[in-house]
Design a binder for this molecule. Structure first.
Ligand code: NOJ
Ligand code: MG
Length: 580
């Protein structure tokens, strides 16, 4: 064994404690993302549903999480898996009924789990009555003003109003046809054509959404994850915009290539946000929403999906009178390199502490390649592009899983809140072999197959190895086919099995609670090499070895290890929690 000894002097010894020691539950919570269509299917139609979720809540309570966030289950034509809502105050029949929701919520609460709904305010479905009324109303009417309609350019108006490109590929504008059959105005859609953007400068839209929030708060939800919380206000005049050549586009967060580089010496210069992301006007909306939630008893959470850069800008979303949490996507996309991780952790704690908010750590969700695969990719895979049969640089499964276990063990030891995505507690990899005929992500269609999209992280999860659809349902149907060998990841193959990923998560969540890690602080430890992340949080020493050379462990009781430890040495891609 070779010991590493080089000092890491670039970082401060300790990261500061949050300025506010507010007691709100979400500051320290571990929140489990349920992707309803792929979690558990009670009626066997191949699509998960609310009754299915309810039936599996005891398993989540056993895992030791604090809350669940449900991706959208509202009425929707399902053109973007429910992120195209046609009625915000009803449950889509695919998922059940409002009564099913109420029962699921009551069961969750009785198990001590909070429930967060997913609000999608940037756009509606094109089937929403508001949009249908807008289409049926004359140009310039109040109904049209609910959305972003503009005249086209050129003598016949057949050139889109500007050059913006949709996140899913192709132009961000679609032209409508007038009732008399002649071509009319264009409407803006940051995502699919079936997802027209609302006009948030219009007070009518603001009022409607505050009512929608109250509808769900009255039913008892504990808060909202807010979709595209960075996109709702567009720069005045909708100026043309050409994205920078370099950098990986992360659904809005454009990260300079140097963020992805092995070792960062200086923070990358932030690239200015495009005219449709991160505009100052969104903050006024959040102040209004903050007040809506504050009128209810108890602590409710607003969690921003805000793909903006740098972290100091993300922190603006969680100022005391705005939202509560904002996903730390910069952390999510940090390479599996110790210097980069240490830097982003330090910068995150600093940026969020300055506004009195916790950092909200996350490694996987329904939009990104699962981290059990992503962390071992050997070729670039820009966010949203996904990985499929023909992708270069596919990860080695064992390396990916090992890194994922180490990465999660590191994340769950950090102060603040953490989100985990269904299936990661089973060590699920990305499904990289989905047949093209099964794909459903609009990205696949809008890029004409150039990008595989996000289906690979959305495959229904396995519960019981020997049941149809691995226990996802009783019929074996599955809206995306499950890989034939996923029985090895099934929950029942892992419960009570020492060293399984499920047991690792369960232990980490219990110890995190017992040792108050989420309300602690990071104190960096010196004397470890550049490939090691080592810090103290309360009475726990956390050491993650990202290098190839084993690292000698300090004296103390090993409470958690992401791989088996022998001979007092921490092997590669392993994290350990030690009490000393
Ligand atoms: C972000 C959601 O997480 C993603 O799944 C969706 O496609 C877009 N927003 C559009 O709503
Ligand atoms: Mg079903």
């Amino acid at each position: 064994m070779t010991l590493e000894s080089a000092q890491d002097s670039a970082l401060p010894e300790s990261a500061p404690l949050p300025a506010s020691t507010g007691s709100e539950w979400w500051r320290t919570a571990v929140i489990y993302q349920v992707y309803p269509r792929s979690f558990a299917d009670s009626d066997g139609d191949g699509i998960g549903d609310l009754k299915g979720i309810e039936s599996r809540l005891p398993a989540l309570a056993e895992l030791g999480i604090d809350a669940i966030w449900l991706s959208p289950f509202f009425r929707s034509p399902q053109k973007d898996a429910g992120y195209d809502v046609s009625d915000y105050c009803d449950v889509d029949p695919l998922f059940g009924t409002l009564d099913d929701f109420d029962r699921m919520l009551a069961t969750a609460h009785s198990l001590g789990l909070k429930v967060i709904a997913d609000m999608v305010p940037n756009h509606t479905s094109d089937q929403h009555v508001w949009f249908q009324e807008a289409l049926a109303s004359p140009e310039g009417s109040p109904e049209r003003d609910r959305y972003m309609f503009r005249d086209g350019k050129g003598p016949t108006g057949d050139i889109p109003p500007n050059n913006w490109e949709s996140v899913f590929g192709g132009p961000m504008w679609e032209r409508v046809t007038r009732p008399d059959g002649t071509p009319g105005q264009w409407y803006l859609h940051i995502f699919d054509t079936s997802q027209p953007d609302l006009n948030w400068e219009n007070p009518w839209v603001r009022e409607k959404f505050e009512d929608i929030l109250r509808f769900w708060l009255d039913r008892g939800v504990d808060g909202f994850r807010v979709d595209v919380a960075h996109g709702m206000i567009k720069q005045a005049g909708l100026p043309d915009y050409t994205p920078p050549e370099t950098g990986a586009s992360m659904g809005g967060l454009v990260v300079d290539d140097s963020v992805l580089a092995p070792a960062i010496q200086d923070p990358p210069a932030p690239i200015p946000d495009p005219p449709y992301w991160g505009q100052e006007g969104v903050h006024d909306i959040w102040r209004g929403w903050h007040d809506v939630l504050a009128a209810y008893e108890g602590d409710r959470v607003l969690c921003a999906e805000a793909w903006v850069d740098p972290l100091e800008k993300v922190a603006l979303w969680v100022r005391p009178d705005e939202m509560s949490q904002a996903f730390n996507f910069g952390y999510m996309f940090t390479d599996w390199k110790a210097p980069a991780l240490k830097r982003i952790i330090t910068e995150s704690l600093k940026a969020f502490t300055e506004v009195g908010a916790p950092s909200t750590w996350v490694l996987s969700n329904h939009d990104v390649v699962r981290h059990a695969s992503r962390l071992a990719l050997t070729a670039d895979s820009p966010q949203g592009a996904g990985i499929g049969p023909k992708s270069p640089g596919k990860p080695n499964e064992a390396v990916g899983l090992r890194r994922a276990r180490a990465a999660t063990s590191l994340m769950l030891a950090l102060p603040g809140s953490s989100y985990i995505y269904q299936g990661e507690e089973l060590g699920l990899p990305e499904d990289m072999e989905l047949p093209d005929s099964a794909r459903q992500d609009p990205t696949w269609f809008r890029t004409h197959g150039e990008k595989y999209g996000r289906d690979g992280c959305r495959v229904p999860i396995p519960w019981e190895a020997d049941r149809p659809a691995f226990g996802f349902n009783h019929t074996g149907d599955s809206w995306l086919p499950q890989p034939a060998d996923w029985g090895r990841f099934a929950r029942d193959a892992q419960v009570g099995v020492p060293g399984s990923t499920l047991e690792l998560y369960t232990l980490a969540l219990r110890l995190r609670r017992e040792h108050l890690l989420a309300s602690g602080a990071v104190q960096w430890l010196k004397g470890y090499g550049r490939s090691v992340v080592a810090f103290r949080n309360g009475d726990i020493t956390v050491i993650a070895n990202l290098g190839k050379v084993a690292v000698e462990l300090p004296v103390g009781q090993v409470l958690l290890a992401s791989e088996t430890i022998t001979g007092g040495a921490l092997p590669t891609d392993t994290t350990v929690w030690i009490r000393s």
